[in-house]
Each structure stands twice: as C-alpha cells, then as structure tokens.
Design a protein around this ligand. Sequence first.
Ligand code: SF4
Ligand code: SF4
Length: 365
Amino acid sequence: MNLINILKLCGGFLFRWVGFPVEPKLLKIGQPDENSPVLLTSNFNLTVHRVIKALKNIDCWLLIAPSNGINVWCGACGDDFLTSSVLSILKTSDIGNKVNHRRLILPQLSACGLDPVEIKEKTGWNVKFGPVYAKDIPEYLKNNYEKTKSQREVSFPIPARLEMASMYFSMLTIILSIIYGFCAIFIDRLDWFVYLDMICLCALMNYGALFSVPYIKLKTGRRKIIVFEGLIIGLILLFYFFIWSDVFVLIWNLVLSLLFALILSEDLHGLTPIYKSELGNANWDKGKKTMNFIIAEYKLNPYGKISINRENCIGCGVCIDVCPRNVYEMNEFEKKVDLMHPEKCINCNACVHRCLTKCLTILPD
Ligand code: SF4
Ligand code: SF4
C-alpha cells in the first residue's frame, strides 16, 4: 500500500462524516472462477479495505457498489446505499457473464435499505445477507452461507468505541480550532497553552464519554452525560488546585466542558450501534421525516416499540436473519417467530422493511 492510500485510509477513519469514496467496480480476490462466491459492499474506502483484508485467503468476486463513500449501515439507512446502487454495479460490472450461479451476498446491515425482492425481480440474482462484520465472512462461507447468532449481532467493543470517538474528536477539533482562532483575536489570554488545554479536554470528554457509555447504567444518554460531566468537573477542579491555579483557565475549562457535555448529550446513544438514537426518536415524535445532526441530514424511520401480528407470520426467518440485535427467536413448534428481546430493539427498521407478509410494525411508545 502506498503513502497516498494510507493517508486516504486515515482520512476515512477520522473524517468519515464527509464520505471517502473509492471507484465502484468489480474486484477479483485471489483466483476466482465461475463457481466462486460473489460479495458486494459499499464504496466507503475503510469498508472496502476491511472486506478485502477479511477475504485475502478466499478466491471470490467483490462488487463495490456506489454509496457516495458512506459506510454500509449509514448509507443503507440513509439515502446513499440503495437498491439502485446494487442494480447499477451488477449491470456495469458484467458479473453475470463471469459466474454460472446467481447468488449475491450483501452485508447484513444493508437490509434496512436494500430490497432483495426487487433485486431478484429485476436481475435474477438471489440475495443472501452475510454477517454483520467482514471478519466473519470466511467462517460464514465455510459454514455453507449460514450465520451464527453472534455473527448476526452488532456490538460496541473497545476498538469500535475508539473509532467512533476519534471520528467525533476530529470533527470537534476542527470546529473548535476555527472558533478558538476567531476568539483569540479579541482575548489576549488565549495562547497556545490554553489551546492545548482545550484540545486535551475535548479528547478526554470524547473518548471518556464513548468508552463509559455502556457502563453507566442509566436509561438515557442525556442522564449518562450528566453523571459523566459531574466527574469531569471534579477533574477540572483537581487540575486547578494541583496543576494550573489560574482562575481564567478554570472558568474556561468549566464553560468548555459544559459545552462539550451539551453537544454529546444531543445524541450520545445515537453514536453507538447498540442503543436507539434519542434525537431521531424525538424528531420522529414531532412528525419529522429527516433530522440534522452536526453537519449531515439523515432520513428517519419510525421509532417506538416493535410489535408483531403473529397470525400473519409464516415463519420465514427473514427478521431473524436481518435483525442486528437478535430480538427474535424462532418458535420451532408453531413455526412462527417470537419477540424474545424487544427491549434490545434499536429501531433500525430492517425487519419491518424486509418482512414479506408485513406483519411487523413499529408502534409509538
Ligand atoms: S419476516 Fe415476517 S413472516 Fe418472516 S418470520 Fe419474521 S415476522 Fe414472520
Ligand atoms: S427488531 Fe428492532 S433492531 Fe431488530 S431489525 Fe427490527 S427494528 Fe432493527
């Protein structure tokens, strides 16, 4: 990998909110032939890099579909990674003439936006939703295209928290630096030490909040941030009494920490894959169909309680296959699904969109 590509990957890691696209195309991994699996992903550079890395010992075809450089989940739940993206790359890549089967593996998290029925009707390709994480694809292929329960579920381990906090930190650092530069023209006390202090506080609050969020056992992200902010105020006071006894810096840090806390409390849960977005929920309750968060606009889907009309359930198992929180379980006796863990639902709406008999609904809380 050359330096330019490494820099682009770092850009994708830190500034994913602006989108980092690679060219949509068909990639050969290893020595694929007409029987090799065909997989598809979005054209966000970091995603493509991770999928290629996961597939390095497998002979297969990888389709990179256009998604404006947005990752699979955000792209599919928003308006960037669409059924039309899949139809377009199937056509332009001519993959149909390179293989003698019609089995296409899509990332599971694309199920909230991509429609397998439409893809089948328009192209003849049979869609299967693969595992949530690229690292599980080799095991999934070896297991004859069957996912384990853990391969279907999103998690928020430390590397993912680090990644999310870094993305947020980079964005806030840019915004704060611009504001700081402007304020420094008028306020003499704003020197390089105060700037460094501000960036350290920003890092502490970002990484601290994202790391501690699953451990603070309160119901809403806002309450978690209030507890977390209390801790930060304590640290600021210790810093004042033992390290830098400057009243201006003390007030500056307190004001900044309150500002960060306000920004983080806006949608702390929405920054994670394991809780539903409170901001999205609040906007949906107000009747909005989109919401603005920091610099981007997101399409909204219904928020509330997942519910099932069991009479219409045909036990196809699609909801089990696409749910990233393992909310459902099959009742083998009745051949219908049960809502075993409705409290885990994050309102991604994948099951609602993909259920063939339309027996799943999200009802207002
Ligand atoms: S997708 Fe719909 S019909 Fe199929 S098992 Fe789930 S609830 Fe039942
Ligand atoms: S049950 Fe909830 S989390 Fe699972 S797919 Fe449906 S909406 Fe998404």
